[in-house]
Every structure is written in C-alpha cells, then in structure tokens.
Write a protein that binds this ligand. Structure first.
Ligand code: UTP
Length: 227
C-alpha cells in the first residue's frame, strides 16, 4: 500500500529525545520492509507553539507566525529524515509535487510545512491526494475524532467512523470553541471531502499504533469516503 503518515510534532518530539525519534523511524522502516511505500509529514509540536507564542507577543503578523511554524516543522522533519537514514531524503522536501516524484523513485519523502495558512495535516492530505495514496494516517496526540472537544466537554464521545463531510462538520464546530484543538485541521478535512482518500486518526504517541493502523487494527477513527 502507498501510505502517508502525518506525524504531529507533539507525538514525535513532545520533548527532544533521540529514543523517541529513533523508535518512530524504526517503525516506519519496518513498514517499508513489509512492502509499503511511505511518505511522512512532520509537525512542529510544542517548540513551534513556543516560537509562535513568543513572536506573537512581540507583535508579529499571522503570516510571519506561520513562517516560524513552518521552519520548526522542517527542523523536526530533518530530525526524522536523519533517523530514517538512506531510505529517506536527507533534506525535507518543500513541495507536495516533489513528494510525488520521490514516491516514484522509491524514496521516502519527508516533509514539514509548505505554505502559510494551514497545518501539516493539510500538507499530508495534499501529498496523499497528489500521490494517489491508499491510506492516510493522522498520528495525533488524541486517540481519534470526538463529537465535541474532549478537553472542554466531559461528555465528548469518540467516533469510530465518519465521512469526510461529517468530519468537516465536527472539526468546524470544535474550532469555534475558544482554546480548543481540532484533531485534524479544517483544510485537511475539506481536502478529504473532495478526494477518494481513506484516512485514519490515531493516537500516535506510540509509533506501534501507527503500524497497527496501517494493518487495519486501531481504536481511533476511520474516515471513509462517501459511496
Ligand atoms: P503543525 O502542523 O505542527 O500544527 O504546524 P499542529 O498540527 O497544530 O501541531 P502538532 O505538530 O500536531 O503538535 C504548526 C504551525 O506552523 C504553521 C501554522 O502556523 C501551524 O499552526 N504552518 C505549518 C503553516 O503555516 N503551514 C504549513 O504548511 C505547516
């Protein structure tokens, strides 16, 4: 299968620890070993948030803040690419189109962010769409998509399966709540809506859960195209 994994910075580098990055790289390489074609998009995590918070306090505009975030996602991507060794490109690619070329060559494309205005979830969705992936795995810090923000609402229930249109509705509502975090960003959900992509949202804090999700075993949320 051709698989794209969106690895949140908050699961890859909640703190900068070599063991954690190494464990992720080993799991991803095992997937390649077992015959899957893999692409990886890495998020910025707490370091990106710290930079953005500090620059916002200094009066930076939103595009400049996005640029800072992108720089940090690319640093994290470089870290993971290094751990993947020869199987991956050593420098994160900066465009979705380049990722497709690397798939064609049999390399593992590794990306961080691309352009301002969204998160790496949207980048991963774009890569998966463009490269005709069979599966997109969002490895996040929550264990699926909930019908409300679990950080705010005690009655929030996890959804086992939903369509991209239902995801757009849920994510749109969650984002309206101040201070809440959407499990997948709205642009990513909209991109899923127009594509035929199958996607899964899983808790990525243990990379083995990502590997299990590729094998169809997970207790996160399946996002299945209509029809
Ligand atoms: P992330 O993709 O890391 O955000 O991008 P996230 O998903 O909320 O966080 P983690 O990694 O899962 O914890 C961080 C920030 O970088 C900018 C945005 O400001 C985003 O909030 N960014 C990232 C872009 O503007 N464009 C991109 O393509 C990627």
């Amino acid at each position: 299968m051709r698989v794209v994994v969106s690895v949140g910075g908050s699961v890859l580098v909640p703190e900068l620890e070599a063991e954690r990055v190494e464990a992720y790289a080993e799991t991803l390489l095992d997937l390649v070993e077992s015959g899957h074609e893999l692409g990886v998009v890495v998020g910025g995590g707490p370091v990106a948030r710290e930079y953005i918070g500090t620059a916002r306090a200094l009066g930076a505009d939103e595009i400049s803040l996005d640029r800072l975030g992108i720089e940090v996602t690319r640093l994290n991507a470089r870290l993971l690419a290094g751990a993947l060794g020869d199987a991956a490109v050593s420098r994160p690619v900066e465009a979705v189109e380049s990722a497709r070329e690397l798939f064609r060559r049999g390399d593992i494309p590794v990306l961080g962010g691309t352009t301002p205005g969204h998160t790496t979830d949207a980048v991963a969705t774009g890569v998966a769409e463009h490269a005709g992936a069979d599966l997109l795995v969002y490895a996040t810090s929550v264990d699926g998509v909930f019908d409300a923000d679990p950080g705010v609402d005690d009655d929030a229930a996890k959804l086992d399966r939903l369509s991209p249109t239902e995801l757009v509705e849920v994510v749109g509502e969650v984002e309206l709540d101040a201070g809440s975090n959407a499990p997948v960003d709205l642009l990513a959900a909209k991109l899923l809506q127009r594509s035929d992509l199958r996607a899964v949202v899983v808790d990525g804090s243990d990379p083995e859960r990502v590997a299990a999700a590729v094998d169809g075993e997970h207790d996160g949320t399946d996002i299945v195209p209509e029809g």
